[in-house]
Every structure is written in C-alpha cells, then in structure tokens.
Design a protein around this ligand. Structure first.
Ligand code: NAD
Length: 454
C-alpha cells in the first residue's frame, strides 16, 4: 500500500492519509540509524539521560494532544488515552535513570583484571501492534535508547499517528537525527525488512502469535536477537472464598477495557461451582452497567473496535457461539460492539480457546483448585491472569502453578512500568519494563587484561 487512509473508529470518518515507507526509504533509514549508533553509544551517560528526560518532559506537556490523537485514530476512551500518553512519559523518565546506572562487573581472576561491559547492540527494530500504539512503542524504544542503541520503529498500519508525533517530539527534545525513526509501513514489507536487514541487530516484536512465529523463524537466519510479546487467553479464576461482589463488579473491566483489544484481557472466567449462580447474577448487572459511549466523553468506559475489518473478525466468533447476555452500544456509525457474555459448553468452544480480541468473554464453573489450575493452563498461551481468593496460601499456590508471565491476586492489574512484563508458552519470551528490559537491549562483553610482567 502506498498510503494509509486513517479512519476514526467511533464515527467512520476519514481523518488523515499517511504515506507508507518504501523499501529504499526503509533501507536508507536503517543506514542512518546505523550511522547514528556510532555517536549515540558514545554520548556520555549523563547527556543521554538528560536527552531522554527532556523527551519525557515534552511528552508530558503534550499528553492531551497525544491522547486526543489516539482517541481519533484508535477509538480509545479519552480516560484511557490520557493514561497511555502518561505511561510513555513515565517509561521515558524511568529509563532516563538507566544510562548512569548500567554497570559492568569485575570478577576476580588470577593473572590479571577481568571486567564486563553492558554493550548496546546497534540498530533495534521495534514492531508495534494497533491495540496500544503508544505504551507498547515506548516499552521498546525507551530502554533500547537508554542502553545506547538506536531505534527504527514500525507502527501498525491502522494506527501510525501517535508514533509519528512521538518521533517529532524526540527530535524537538534534541535526540540526534537517526537515533529514533518511525517508519509507517506494511508488516510483511517494512517489518520483514527489519528482520532481514543485516544492520538491524535485534527485533522487539509485539503482536499476534501467528506473526511472532514468522519473525522468530526469520531472525534465525542471522541469529538475530528477538523478544516476542504475543497473544493471550487469560484466566480470571474466582474461588468461593473471594470477595465475590468485588470480583464480579471488576470482571467486566478486566476483559472489556479497550473494547477487549488487550493481550491481558481476562477473557476466560473460571468460577467455583458452589458460587457460580451468585457470581453470574452480580456479573450480569455489572456487564449491563458498562458505559459504552463516544470515546471523547469522559464518562466513556469502552469505545468502538479499531476498524471495520476487526469488527467483522469479532462478529464471526460471536456468530459461532450462543450469547448469554450483552450490554448496549450507541446508535449511529462507528465500529461498535456490545460487551458480550457467551454461553460456554466446555473448554473446546472456539471462543474459549482462541484470542477473540474484542469485548467478548466466556465463563465456566470448576469444582476445586486442581481443576481450576488445569483449566487455566489448558491453552497454548501464557501471558497473564487473575486469582480471587482470601486464602493467601492458595493464592500463592495457584499463582505458582499457572503457567503465565504476569499474575495478579484480587486485582486485574498487569502493568506497572517498574516491574517486568511478558509471557510464557506461545505468549512469547523476554521481558519488557522494569530493570529486566535493559538486559534485552545489551550484550555482555568480557575483557581480560593480563597483569603479568612481559
Ligand atoms: P499483528 O501480529 O497482526 O501485527 C503486529 C505488528 O506486526 C504490526 O505492526 C504489523 O504490521 C506487523 N507485521 C505483520 N506481519 C508482519 C511480518 N510478516 N513481518 C514483520 N512484521 C509484521 O498483531 P495486531 O493484530 O496488530 O495486534 C494484536 C495482537 O498483538 C494480539 O494477538 C495481541 O494479543 C498482541 N499483543 C500482545 C502484547 C503483549 O505484550 N504480549 C501487547 C499488545 C498486543
């Protein structure tokens, strides 16, 4: 495609056209990023930190503009979009603290001095999905830049606007040309070019498991480093001894937030059989109360789906299932989809097994702890999950037994920028955020200096 037509998902209106990067343009940008690496890696830690802080400060003074842009481009509610722009600022501030604290080690050895260095890798290719265009981009570019790498970033085809604005702010903050470049383009063309280009030393990919597998296979050819943040089919496990009213009141938001377009969406609810009916009564009231409104309205809790094509995909899952009950959507144009609870016959149901990526949830009862863990683990994914119980021993047992990267007890929160985030099984590998992310953007180099007399 030579140009992307950007549509406001809430209104169906055309809001912008964005030129798609061509292959020669991508190659030139990668060459510039490689050239810039030669200087950026040697910028003193203090100066690199100051530049990243200035970038963070500029993002802070543009939170409202970035949020409004995301509402128009991705249909996110204004409340969520403000949080997302604020998250970019916070992640930049957090990693601005890194350049001055990235130490090597000195390991005692006989006959000399042995030291290690945390070396930056070079040009890092960051590939971003459309569901959280701002935070996911920052989780890649901020630690990569802090560690001394340069970055080429490809936003998703449907949602390039905020990434392009962030690149302008980076330049305004004083990051040298070529250090951070945003290249809108087709995944199989520009994304693949990052994978095959020998000067791109690492791929930081967030997206579907299907594409993640292709990226991993492509990286094998050059033994290119890769981190993969992929899909999820996360369990929300509710035990009979939990605060049932709270678990039921929050469960809709754990899956319908961002219209369910969230890798951490708790789209499989598991309820202990003894409280199933009680839970479902509270849950239905809560689902019917979710405010699906114009995303510019500060009261809006859920906006539209991102595109007509994605609306069709979510609809096809619901068409294969039986609906138990649904919330409501506004009248008029836009890619609206009501919060939907499905009747689930069993764990072989297609909507129970596959990532629907819309405001759709399935519920199943379980008898005891062992069955809850077995059902939670009966998926190829392993990203996130919640456990509701008042028994702290059970909470820890289940958290250790569920094979996923991020679990929350009596909470649905998965992301705090100072703690690690990432998946197990086919949800990917490598960790973003927190101190662990820095290791993913550096290599350990060992140097031995002989102290023997010549
Ligand atoms: P996607 O895999 O279709 O696309 C993701 C990105 O990869 C886009 O920029 C796309 O253009 C690019 N791409 C597509 N084909 C490519 C190829 N052959 N080579 C290189 N790049 C290519 O995913 P999506 O539909 O944009 O996003 C939704 C998916 O992302 C869901 O599965 C969701 O769970 C996942 N996700 C995961 C996380 C996480 O942290 N684990 C976070 C957000 C989204």
């Amino acid at each position: 495609m030579s140009e992307y037509q950007i549509i406001n998902p809430a209104t169906g209106e055309h809001i912008a056209a964005v030129a798609a990067t061509t292959l020669p343009e991508a190659d030139a940008a990668i060459a510039r990023a490689h050239g810039a690496f030669g200087t950026w890696r040697h910028v003193s830690p203090g100066d690199r930190a100051r530049l990243l802080r200035r970038f963070a400060t500029l993002v802070d003074s543009h939170v409202e503009e970035l949020a409004q842009l995301e509402v128009a481009n991705a249909g996110h509610t204004i409340g969520n979009a403000r949080w997302e722009a604020g998250n970019v600022r916070d992640v930049l501030h957090y990693y601005a603290g890194a350049p001055e604290r990235l130490f090597g080690r000195q390991i005692p050895v006989p006959g000399g001095l042995d030291v290690t260095f945390a070396e930056p890798l070079g040009v890092v290719g960051v590939i971003v999905p459309w569901n959280f265009p701002m935070p996911v981009a920052a989780w890649g570019f901020a630690p990569a830049l802090a560690a001394g790498n340069t970055v080429v970033l490809k936003p998703a085809e449907w949602t390039p606007l905020t990434a392009l604005r962030l690149a302008e702010l980076a330049l305004e903050a004083g990051l040298p040309e070529g250090v951070f470049t945003v290249l809108p383009g087709d995944g199989p063309v520009i994304g693949q070019r990052f994978v095959t280009h020998p000067l791109v030393r690492k791929i930081c990919f967030t997206g579907s498991t299907r594409v993640g597998k292709q990226i991993m296979a492509g990286c094998a050819d050059q033994v290119k480093r890769v981190t993969l943040e992929l899909g999820g089919k996360n369990a929300n496990i509710i035990f009979a001894d939990s605060d049932l009213a709270k678990a039921a009141a929050t469960a809709p938001y754990a899956v319908f937030d961002n219209a369910g377009q969230d890798c951490c969406a708790r789209s499989r609810i598991l309820v202990q059989a003894s409280v199933y009916d009680e839970f479902m009564a509270h849950f239905e009231t809560a689902v019917r109360g979710v405010k699906v409104l114009d995303p510019t309205d500060p009261a809006s809790e859920v906006g539209p789906l991102v595109s007509a094509a994605h609306h069709e995909r979510v609809s096809s899952y619901v068409a294969q299932s039986k609906v138990a009950f649904q919330g409501s959507v506004p009248d008029g144009p836009g890619f609206w989809f009501p919060p939907t609870v499905l009747e689930t016959a069993g764990p072989s149901d297609v909507a129970w097994r596959e990532e629907v990526f819309g405001p759709v949830v399935s519920v199943l009862p379980f008898a005891d702890e062992a069955e809850a863990v077995a059902l939670a683990n009966d998926t190829e994914y392993g990203l996130a999950g919640s456990i509701w119980t008042r028994d702290v021993g059970r909470a820890l047992r289940v958290a250790r037994a569920v094979d996923a990267g991020n679990l929350s007890v009596n909470s649905h929160s998965s992301v705090r920028y100072w703690t690690p985030f990432g998946g197990a099984k086919q949800s990917g590998f490598g960790r973003e955020l927190g101190p662990d992310a820095l290791a993913a953007f550096t290599d350990v180099k060992n140097v031995f200096i002989s102290t023997e007399e010549s």
